[in-house]
Write a protein that binds this ligand. Structure first.
Ligand code: NIG
Length: 392
């Protein structure tokens, strides 16, 4: 069954074809089969008129923490009154998450994914990291696998209160990793003061690599530190946060395949310096933008908000911000187009509307995507499609 989509004022393909005005495209078998001018649109089994709106690839949100219960509104309010962010708040969410039970966590994660899709997200990564014992981390990984595209083991998020850090790392690389490994594709570590140091982080990530997991790192969020260097050293797919970078960090990222992932909503919510994505792009680094949806530092899955912030406050052009939030995120998950619309594993690529890629797209309720920044907060995603099927 093929469908031709028409009534598109602007089609941002995020491919070598660029942006097409007054466009159409055809979806066949869940993939993009044709893109071009509306005047040249071929016939298809079905026709859908999008009413003169802008179409983009769905957002690829490469960093989130969706498996949690409870919120931290009081902590946030205290922060807005001047108290600094510290990793210790993770333990509050750990308690609530451990007490939630599987049914409630299932419902919460399903709701959060539905909200993200309504906001135009079509591919999502999420992490464990609020269980911090073997049973709760296994449960988080298993639930996550049912709801999102990519799952990351983040047992090394915080040393639980009362535990010895070396003994906890032994648990993470031992029984905990054994329990979660069947459900996850990635391993991550919060390499930061107050969380895990370089040696501990290296040990955790290497243990994951030995199990065939891809590597990602939380690094350089609260100050300069070893996170970026560690990520590049291990060939991590991404290093996320990247707020405080040394000259060596810029150089390392510019000369590596490790994606620097900026989390603008988190930076605003923690009142940190916004990540220097302008400088990273100018240096030649790969950049992604993600939501970091979690109850502590970024309680939003709105990628529209992140893109708006990247344009208005981080000095990206609209095109750069869209690229970072689509194919940039896909690259951070190694799901990007490496040719013919396919990723390195031959799957339909994410984050692009190149021919052969997944027909994952969003329709903005406006004729031009620049309204994301020009009319901040006013533009919503009208519809979201995954594999050519409307999901929101
Ligand atoms: O990515 N930085 C570490 N982890 C999360 C926040 C966790 C929390 O405070 O609950 C983040 O910002």
């Amino acid at each position: 069954m093929s469908t031709v989509f028409t009534g598109i004022s602007q089609l941002h393909t995020v491919s070598k074809v660029g942006t097409i005005e007054d466009a159409a495209f055809v979806v066949d078998d869940g993939q993009i089969a044709w893109v071009g001018s509306a005047k040249e649109a071929p016939e298809a089994d079905e026709r859908v008129d999008l009413g003169g709106r802008a179409v983009l690839p769905g957002w690829v949100d490469s960093h989130s923490h969706l498996v949690f219960d409870g919120d931290r509104a009081a902590e946030f309010e205290a922060r807005m009154a001047g108290k600094g962010y510290a990793a210790g708040g993770i333990a509050v969410t750990m308690e609530a998450t451990r007490n939630a039970g599987e049914k409630r966590l299932q419902e919460l994660v399903a709701q959060r994914v539905a909200q993200a899709q309504a906001g135009g997200t079509t591919c999502m990564e999420t992490k464990t990291g609020y269980g911090l014992d073997v049973e709760s981390e296994e449960l988080a990984a298993r639930i996550a696998k049912e709801h999102v595209d990519e799952v990351t083991f983040l047992g090394a998020h915080l040393v639980p209160p009362g535990a010895d850090s070396e003994e906890y790392v032994n648990l993470v690389v031992g029984d905990m990793l054994d329990a979660v490994a069947p459900h996850v594709g990635w391993i991550d570590v919060f390499c930061e003061r107050g969380a895990f140091n370089y040696e501990q982080s290296l040990r955790v990530l290497k243990a994951g690599q030995e199990r065939g997991l891809g590597v990602r790192v939380h690094g350089n969020q609260l100050g300069e530190g070893p996170g970026v260097g560690l990520a590049v050293e291990l060939g991590a797919a991404s290093v996320d946060h990247v707020n405080y970078l040394s000259e060596e960090d810029f150089e390392a990222l510019a000369n590596s395949e490790t994606v620097a992932t900026a989390l603008p909503a988190c930076d605003l919510s923690t009142r940190q310096e916004l990540a220097p994505v302008r400088r990273l792009l100018d240096a030649g680094a790969h950049v992604a933008i993600a939501s970091n949806c979690n109850p502590g530092t970024s309680y939003t899955s709105s990628m529209n908000f992140c893109v708006t912030t990247a344009v208005l406050q981080q000095k990206l052009s609209l095109d750069e911000a869209i690229h970072a939030a689509t194919t940039g995120g896909a690259r951070a998950l190694r799901r990007h187009d490496v040719g013919e619309g396919k990723d390195a594993k031959g799957r339909p690529a994410k984050g692009t509307l190149a021919i052969g890629a997944a027909a994952d797209f969003q329709v903005l309720d406006t004729p031009h995507a620049i309204d994301l920044a020009y009319r901040p907060g006013m533009v919503t995603t009208w519809r979201t499609y995954i594999g050519g099927k409307q999901v929101a």
